[in-house]
Design a protein around this ligand. Structure first.
Ligand SMILES: [Zn+2]
Length: 518
């Protein structure tokens, strides 16, 4: 069983391209496991209880609940345009499962003796919803937001994080909780090894504008928004309410995977683990951390005025082109700069001119010379022997078609290994390698020449049939293996090549995109 989640974003603004990246990555992981026959649950949602939602609503002059609901709708509505396959969507403010579970988690931590009250003064960044130690600031400013944090003095509940330092080091060093990529794991380990101070885990209800979940037994305080938000990974499964899904998917899953951005690693790989240890719950198995997207070198954020709307990009270029760019070009650790030119160039290179063109040429030949009838490829040895005939391959030694058949055979394993390491670029490389092998086969075999040189007694095992059969076989393998990445494109490809002995009339699988639409 496989449980995969995204972080739940604040809903102080509409979704931007960075949210789309994370959702698409998690979607590919979920679809890939489903394709391999595993039971999968994919969760996403919104973090409604953050103070910055309250601030943004007030600035917009809108009721907080209405403002939060409106923006949460826009996140949930990404499902259609981005072709997402999440099984559940949690809204932390209105979902009755959530408050019950957060309360239950808090009570277990309290029973373990992990909370105490303390006066506190610190520098608080409302954008991050966290206190910063002076050494963590960059020139006195928040490293994420570039603003000077506010000086806040208040009496809060504290969590004995220090108590869990050794166990956290153990679970991270042993790989019991895997943090990927390794650079992020090393960052977290360095933080934990340097020693952990207790952390504030509540806020005065007054400062939170009454928004949030009351601390059990202390209504003057609300649960710190991060403690509240992190809990969604188990409250959405009914932890603290109806626990059957929780037992199946959190306790019972072999893999519990969190997909997150690099700015919130500490919350997931330190605080969340400690919270679970304190409550006596199982830990996630993996935290996968993606890099950030930039636009013109600037971080994607509404405040920076460069928010790129994923739905507008899908309207203009289609879901396939956007998903493909996110999966094919975004690096595992470094930031990746987005431009519409890059999106269009990549889609045209790999999809329209690559796979799409190869399918179109092949089906055109199948209809011109075989009335659209294409048989299955012969068993490999026979096909290789036949296709290797010198008169068909211009005297070259390597059997024609063997490379493509080999690439098809290797494809599922290559994708499994790449996604096992969360390397989406390597996974898409494997798909492109099959298309490249297909193009080399067409260049070497020159099917139109095979057709011309056929004996006068007509078709039948003359070479052209074998070339077409191997190509169509490759397209069927691609239609399956491409489906987690480009569900819409894979459907069109499958409709083109079908499953029987007849292929459809050629129609463009991937349209060529126009750069001028920018
Ligand atoms: Zn900040």
């Amino acid at each position: 069983m496989y449980y995969v989640t995204t972080a739940i974003p604040y809903v102080n603004a509409a979704p931007h391209l960075g949210h789309a990246l994370e959702l698409v990555q998690a979607d590919v992981l979920a679809r890939h496991r489903r394709l391999r026959g595993q039971p999968v649950r994919f969760l996403t949602g919104t973090d409604d209880n953050a103070l910055k939602n309250v601030t943004a609503a007030r600035a917009a002059g809108v009721d907080v609940a209405e403002f939060v609901a409106r923006n949460a709708d826009r996140f949930e509505a990404l499902r259609g345009p981005l072709r997402l396959s999440f099984d559940d969507f949690i809204r932390t403010s209105t979902d009755p499962r959530h408050a019950a579970g957060v309360t239950c988690l808090w009570r277990r931590g309290a029973a373990a003796g992990d909370f105490y009250r303390r006066d506190y003064r610190g520098r608080y960044c409302p954008g991050c919803e966290q206190f910063y130690a002076p050494a963590e600031l960059t020139g006195g400013r928040c490293p994420e937001h570039g603003v000077e944090p506010e000086l806040v003095a208040e009496r809060n509940w504290f969590f004995r994080l220090s108590r869990y330092a050794e166990r956290l080091r153990d679970v991270l060093e042993s790989g019991q909780v895997r943090v990927e990529p390794a650079a992020r794991r090393n960052e977290v380990l360095a933080f934990v090894r340097a020693g952990l101070a207790d952390v504030s885990v509540s806020r005065p209800a007054a400062r939170a504008g009454g928004w949030g979940i009351p601390v059990p037994g202390d209504p003057s305080q609300v649960v710190y928004v991060w403690w509240d938000a992190l809990a969604n990974y188990v409250t959405a499964l009914g932890y603290g309410s109806d626990e059957s899904a929780y037992r199946d998917w959190w306790v019972g899953s072999a893999e519990r995977v969190h997909v997150i951005g690099k700015g919130i690693v500490r919350f997931h790989a330190v605080y969340w683990l400690a919270l679970l240890l304190s409550a006596g719950l199982p830990l996630p198995s993996t935290v996968f951390v993606h890099g950030y997207l930039t636009v013109g070198g600037t971080k994607l954020a509404k405040s920076a005025g460069n928010a790129v709307s994923p739905t507008e990009l899908v309207d203009r270029y289609g879901a396939d082109a956007l998903r493909w760019w996110l999966l094919r070009e975004v690096g595992p650790t470094e930031d990746t700069d987005f431009t519409t030119r890059r999106l269009v160039d990549r889609a045209n290179l790999d999809l329209a001119n690559g796979l799409g063109n190869l399918v179109n040429r092949t089906l055109t030949l199948a209809h011109r010379y075989r009335a659209g009838r294409v048989g299955p490829p012969r068993p490999f040895a026979a096909a290789a022997e036949l296709l290797g005939r010198a008169e068909l391959v211009g005297g070259r030694d390597e059997p024609l078609g063997a490379e493509l058949l080999g690439a098809c055979t290797e494809l599922p394993g290559r994708i499994d290994r790449a996604l096992g390491g969360f390397d989406f670029r390597a996974a898409t490389d494997a798909l492109v390698a099959v298309v490249d092998a297909g193009n080399r086969l067409v260049e070497r075999a020159q099917p139109w020449r095979l057709a011309r040189d056929e004996p006068a007694n007509g078709p039948g095992g003359t070479g052209l049939d074998d070339v077409l059969a191997v190509l169509v076989h490759a397209f069927r393998v691609l239609a399956d293996e491409l489906s987690p990445f480009l569900p819409a494109g894979a459907e069109r490809l499958r409709a083109q090549v079908g499953s029987g002995g007849q292929v459809a009339e050629p129609a463009p699988v991937f349209p060529r995109l126009d750069q001028r639409r920018e």
